[in-house]
Design a protein around this ligand. Sequence first.
Ligand code: GLN
Length: 540
Amino acid sequence: MEITQEAETGTSPEIVDVKHEIPHQRPGGSDPLEASYRALFAAFDDDASGQLSRQELVERLAKAGILEDDPRMRETLIAARKGDGSEGLDFAEFVSLIQNSSGLVRRVAEDNLVIPDFAEFAAEIDDIHRELLPETGGAVADYIPQLARVDPDQFAIAICTVDGQRHVVGDAHSRFCVQSVSKTVSYCLALEEHGPDKVHQHVGREPSGVSFNELTLNKKGRPHNPLINAGAIMSCALIRPDADLAERFDHVSKAWSRLAAGRPVGFHNSVYLSERETADRNFALGYSMREQRAFPEGTDLVQTLEFYFQNCAIELDAEMLAIVAATFADGGICPLTGERVFATQTVQHCLSLMSSCGMYDFSGEFAFSIGLPAKSGVSGALMVVVPGLMGICVWSPRLDEHGNSVRGIEFCRKLVERYSVHPHDSAEGQTVKRDLRRHKSQTNSEAVAILCWAAAEGDLHAIRVLAAAGADLSTANYDGRTPLHLAATEGQVNVVKYLLTRGVDATAVDRWGGTPLMDAERRGHDEVVALLRAADGARP
Ligand code: GLN
C-alpha cells in the first residue's frame, strides 16, 4: 500500500491503493475494491448508460469546485480525451483513468470534501458579489501615482478551500499588485531563514494602533510588527541579505509562485518606479530605524528599500491570491500541488499577527467583528484566511480611510453574518449560521438527533439553545418520535413542561401509533401523565 502525496498533506486522510490491480479484470465482481469502483462509476454516470463522457466527469467535478485546470486532475482529464476523438469512458477506462487521482474523485462522488455543498456556497458568493457591486464608497490610493490609474470599479472574489475547491466571480483574472499583502510572505521568508527569535530581535509583535506608514517605532526603537511598512522593510532586510538583489527577488517571487500552485507571478514595473520616486515616507522610516540601530549589521538601507518596493509590486490575480490564502489555511501546504511551502509554525506565527495587525489601524475592529486572520493592501487587495477551511481573496480598489478595501470589508461582514466562520462564534451562533463543513441535510438531521437526545436526557439547556436558533421542537425522527415522546418516556418533567409551553403537538403519533401520553402511562410517570392529559384537555 502506498501513501500518496495527497494523504501526506493531511487534507485527504484517504490512503489510496494506487498500485492495485485493475479490478475489471476479475470476473464476478466480488472484489470489494471493484465494488467500490463500480459504485464510484455509478455515482458519476447519472444516466446509467454505462458510458461516462469526459464532459459528465468535468461537470461533476466542477460542481464540487474541482476545476479543469486543477493540477491534480490534469492527467486524468487529458487521458479522458480519447485518441479517436470520441469521448465516452467505459468502466475499465474510468478505473484506469482515476487511479492517479482516485482519492479526490472518490471524495467528490461521496460529497466528502471540506465544503460538501460547494455549489450552494459558490452561488451565495455570487449573490454577495452582486449585492456589493453598487457599493462605490471610498477612493483609490493616489499617493503612489501609478496606483491611482487603476479602474476603480473592478471587483473580484475568489475562494479556494484546503481541498482545492475553487470558485471565482468578477474580475478574478485581472492582475493587481500585492502591495502590503506582500508583508505576509516577506515575514514568513524571514522566519524560515532565521527563526522567530532572531526575527523578533528586529521587529515587534504588537499592533501599532496607527496607520501603516506612520513615522513611529516601539519603545525599543523597533517596528511594532512585520505587517506595517517599517516592519516589512525590516523583513526585507532579513531575507537573503548576502545575496544580490536579483537573487533575492527571485527567491521571493518563487515563494509566491509556489504558494499559488506554481503559477507564475508578475511584476508591475511602473508601479515600482512610481513608488520609488515618491517614497519619502518609507525612506524616513528606514533612516529612523537605522538611527536606532534596528537593522542587522551590514544592512544596505537603499537596497533594502528597493527590495521592499519590488515586493510590493509583485502582481497576481484574485484567483491566485485565494490559492495563496488557502496554502496559509492549510498550514503551509498548497492544496492544489500538495507541496509544503512554509513550515506549520511559520504560518501559525504569520496568521497570529494577521489576526492582530493585518488590517492597519482597523485591526482591532476587524478582530472584533470578523475575527479572521487577514491582510489588506493599498491596491485594494484583501487576503482572508479561514484556518483549516479556506482562503479568500477580495479585490476592489476603492479604499476606506484606513486603507482597506471598502468592498473587501463589507464582504467579510456578510460572510460572518451567514456562515459560522468567526473563530469565536458560540454554539448558539453556529446553529443560527450555516456551518460550511456540513451538508444542510446533515445539519437538520443532527438537530433532530440532538433534540431527541436532549429531551430524553432532560437537558433543558441544550433544547433552549436549539430553540433559540430556530429549531422546530415538534420535529420527528425517522420513527416519528418527537422530543416530547422521548421526554415522556424518560419521565423528564421539566422538559415536558417546557415543550408544552412552547406549543408542541401533545398528540403526535409515532410510527407504531404511540403518543407521548401512552409512553408516560406505560412507564408510570404520573406527573408527566397529568401534564399531558391537561394539555390534551386544554386543546380546543
Ligand atoms: N507599497 C506601499 C507603501 O509602502 C504599501 C502600503 C500598503 O499597501 N498599505 O506605502
